[in-house]
Ligand binder design. Structure first.
Ligand SMILES: Cc1cc2nc3c(=O)[nH]c(=O)nc-3n(C[C@H](O)[C@H](O)[C@H](O)COP(=O)(O)O)c2cc1C
Length: 162
């Protein structure tokens, strides 16, 4: 086995699951990924949509960042679909998984936060940071908030704090 392959095998994995239906949410996902890569060069950082994400990806992750829009008072259908597929495969074996949440909401965000709290409590995943709700008209400051949250998540995972 080559040295590179061995190294990939032992890297911790931060999985960013980002629903990104608009340019703004794409920018948020990109900011999260870049901050994670800048803050921890010993992590494997994966960034993919909920539809691309299989239960196996969550099973292989050492921490997860969830980024979703709020739609009709709830998380995006895509994010809900991910949990519908991953909930039972993960339930017994991923308890304690460090997780953080970012919500992009046009004007609210509380329904999505409540729903994610409920699902994450059921899974016994550990929210290691206060959820970030980027609410209201678009602000470039949201990107800095995403960077700060995801950078800290990556640094904490890398340092073994989470
Ligand atoms: C069908 C639909 C339903 C939405 N429902 C909500 C909602 O219930 N609460 C809310 O705060 N924003 C709602 N929004 C706004 C989205 O959260 C927002 O458009 C999305 O986060 C993308 O933000 P952006 O315009 O900055 O890209 C909705 C948007 C759509 C298209």
């Amino acid at each position: 086995m080559s040295r590179n392959i061995l190294r990939v095998d032992v890297l911790k994995t931060l999985l960013i699951i980002a629903h990104q239906p608009s340019p703004n949410t794409c920018a948020m996902a990109r900011a999260c990924r870049e901050a994670a890569e800048e803050n921890a060069d010993d992590l494997q950082v994966l960034c993919q949509t909920p539809f691309e994400t299989q239960a196996e990806d969550a099973l292989n992750a050492d921490a997860i960042l969830l980024l979703t829009t709020e739609n009709l008072g709830y998380m995006s259908g895509a994010m809900k679909d991910f949990f519908d597929r991953a909930y039972y495969p993960c339930l017994e074996v991923k308890q304690g998984l460090p997780v953080a949440v970012i919500i992009r909401a046009g004007h609210d965000g509380t329904g999505t936060r409540r729903a994610l709290d409920s699902i994450l409590t059921g899974l016994k995943w550990r929210q290691v940071q206060e959820p970030l709700v980027c609410r209201g008209d678009w602000s470039e400051a949201f990107l800095e908030d995403c960077r700060a949250l995801c950078g800290a998540l990556a640094a904490g995972l890398s340092a073994g704090i989470f």
